[in-house]
Design a protein around this ligand. Structure first.
Ligand SMILES: [Zn+2]
Ligand SMILES: [Zn+2]
Length: 259
């Protein structure tokens, strides 16, 4: 029932640097109404809840077994397991919360959202992510951050893409959780090569010195992003926030790649 999305995701052609996302996002926004009903984006079944029907939602690749710190997907069960990377070089963040694995159909949904501006594709993920976070915070209120920090995007890239998906996700989580959010606390000073296609060391080098913290952060912050890939961005951001005074930095993302 999710085959429809597979064929859609193979049609994906990034449309950055074109005005086409505007038309598409207007269509996407129209597709958002009514908020809790409409057609399933994966199988076109008419009875969907926030864009996905129940069977397609059940098929989403939940990140069940993962490193308890960086949420790296693991092939075996174990709530207290740390991956080799976190054991060797403990990251500056305390935990990554990423409920899905970045693979079909979540990868295609996020790509259409991020590169084509089709927000309807992220709507079920963001809605369910907010539900998940609220449940996590109810179970453990000490995890509640004082502020959500949207992972910053260089202004030129933001102009080309038309929106910063991390800010979009942070805003929607903020609405549901009443945790304030910001895009101003950390700025990105220069453009880097896109992180896609680089290995972990190349990504860290690519990011060196690009983040500036503009004010003293509160003690507890959560960086919000769409995907945690190698964790290089999360490490750099968490590091600058800690240097600026944050004592606990979490990372909240929709999905985590295998490495
Ligand atoms: Zn469906
Ligand atoms: Zn780890």
């Amino acid at each position: 029932m999710i085959k429809g999305l597979r064929s859609l995701s193979t049609l994906l052609t990034p449309k950055v640097n074109s005005g086409e996302w505007i038309r598409e996002s207007i269509q996407g926004i129209r597709g958002l109404l009514p908020a809790a009903g409409g057609q399933c984006i994966a199988c076109l079944e008419p009875d969907a809840h926030f864009g996905l029907c129940a069977p397609c939602r059940e098929d989403l690749p939940v990140n069940h077994w993962h490193c308890r710190c960086c949420a790296l997907p693991l092939a075996f069960a174990g709530d207290e397991t740390l991956c080799g990377q976190c054991l060797q070089a403990p990251p500056p963040f305390s935990r990554v919360i990423a409920p899905w694995r970045y693979r079909f159909p979540v990868d295609g949904m996020i790509q259409r959202y991020k590169y084509n501006g089709q927000r309807a594709f992220a709507r079920p993920l963001i809605n369910d992510f907010a539900d998940h976070l609220i449940a996590v915070l109810e179970a453990d209120p000490e995890l509640r951050p004082d502020l959500l920090v949207a992972s910053p995007m260089h202004p030129a890239r933001r102009r080309r893409r038309g929106f910063n998906q991390a800010a979009d996700i942070a805003e929607q989580i903020s609405k549901r959780s009443a945790i304030p959010w910001t895009t101003d606390l950390v700025t990105r000073s220069r453009q880097t090569r896109p992180q896609r296609g680089l290995n972990r060391e190349q990504r860290l080098a690519n990011l060196r010195g690009i983040y500036q913290v503009t004010a003293i952060p509160p003690a507890r912050v959560a960086i919000v992003d769409d995907v945690v890939t190698t964790g290089a961005t999360a490490r750099r951001l968490a590091e600058v926030l800690q240097i600026a005074g944050a004592t606990d930095v979490q990372v909240w993302a929709l999905a985590r790649t295998p490495g």
